[in-house]
Design a protein around this ligand. Structure first.
Ligand code: DP6
Length: 322
């Protein structure tokens, strides 16, 4: 690699307390804080090289050239980096994502976290973790949380500078596993960016936002003291509250499939019977089932027996972007 290139790797993350809605869509300043866990084993690896001979920025993801809106979103981050570093050259961005798209894991979080780190280094900048988190946030809100390690909180913040994420506990603090139940019926629905813009049209969003500091406190404490039952109750409530907002926005967004509901009900029943499992669902039909490492085998094999569950992907707690 030349002086003007660098590569970086980042994990996707699963939100335990969800980000849904912006107070500033362009800057991706959220209406509420959120908490997440990085997903080990899954990552985006991105190489950025600034080349004076290039007429345009180029983006290649998993061997395929990406143009249009996808490229524009990446170029916007490169423009910010160029402005900060005084670089004028266009860049080639080559990114490889090692998890299946359509698996219910947003690749944008890992992708923009890796891009923020690789692009800033390639331009000769050494940004702090907070500055990297802010830069990643401008590409995709949840990407701010894929910069720090382990269990992470993205502060709602007062401004563009301080709406950033920081680690609340390292990966080794708690050996949780996310067992992602892939439900068979997946078709393309409204993406997160469009969804955030609709959140304010739900009459339930104001109540959800007003109650968020309480849920954040309960979730943060549950993580810090490793209280699985407290975590289970608060993440299921938070996921259900976000989906209630989605379902009552205009136009309404229904991300759950019948099989998603089957998994959520089974998870509640299993927990009532003593198996430590809890669900959370993002802007798609697949269900993330969290459990302590000791319950992983039983949780995964039980999930595989449910009608409509195609595959189950497991991920432990991941480290920082590096
Ligand atoms: C439901 O970060 O994907 O996964 O900023 O428009 O890229 P953009 O949105 P994104 O939204 C994530 C929404 C969510 C909840 C969460 O991860 O907190």
């Amino acid at each position: 690699m030349s002086q003007h290139s660098a590569s970086a790797q980042a994990h996707p993350n699963i939100a335990l307390i969800k980000y849904w809605g912006n107070r500033d869509d362009a800057l991706r300043l959220p209406v509420n804080g959120s908490i997440s866990m990085n997903l080990a084993g899954l990552h985006a690896r991105t190489e950025v090289s600034f080349q004076p001979s290039l007429p345009f920025d180029e983006l290649i993801i998993n061997g395929r050239e990406v143009t249009g809106k996808g490229l524009q979103r990446v170029s916007a981050i490169l423009d910010i980096v160029r402005g900060m570093a005084g670089v004028t050259a266009k860049a080639e961005v080559i990114s490889d994502v090692n998890f299946p798209t359509g698996a219910g894991i947003a690749s944008s979080a890992a992708a923009f976290a890796a891009l923020a780190l690789a692009a800033s280094r390639a331009a000769g900048l050494t940004l702090s973790e907070a500055q990297l988190s802010r830069l990643a946030r401008l590409g995709s809100g949840s990407a701010s949380r894929s910069i720090p390690a382990g269990f992470v909180e993205w502060k709602v913040g007062a401004s563009d500078e301080d709406s950033v994420a920081e680690s609340i506990a390292p990966p080794e603090h708690w050996d949780l596993v996310d067992c992602i139940a892939i439900v068979s019926a997946t078709h393309k629905k409204t993406g997160s960016t469009e969804g955030h813009a609709l959140a304010a049209t739900s009459p339930l969003q104001a109540a959800r936002i007003a109650d968020t500091p309480r849920r954040l406190d309960i979730c943060r404490r549950a993580v810090l003291v490793r209280d699985f039952n407290a975590l289970a109750e608060i993440i299921e409530l938070d996921s259900d509250m976000m989906h209630a907002v989605m379902m009552t926005s205009r136009p309404a967004l229904h991300y759950w499939e019948p099989a998603s509901v089957t998994v959520m009900q089974a998870v509640r029943n299993w927990r009532a019977q003593g198996l430590p499992v809890a669900y959370t669902v993002d802007a798609g039909p697949n269900v993330h089932v969290l459990c302590p490492l000791g319950a992983r085998e039983e949780a995964e094999s039980k999930l595989r027996t449910l009608p409509g569950v195609g595959n189950v992907l497991g991920a432990g707690v991941g480290g920082a972007a590096h």
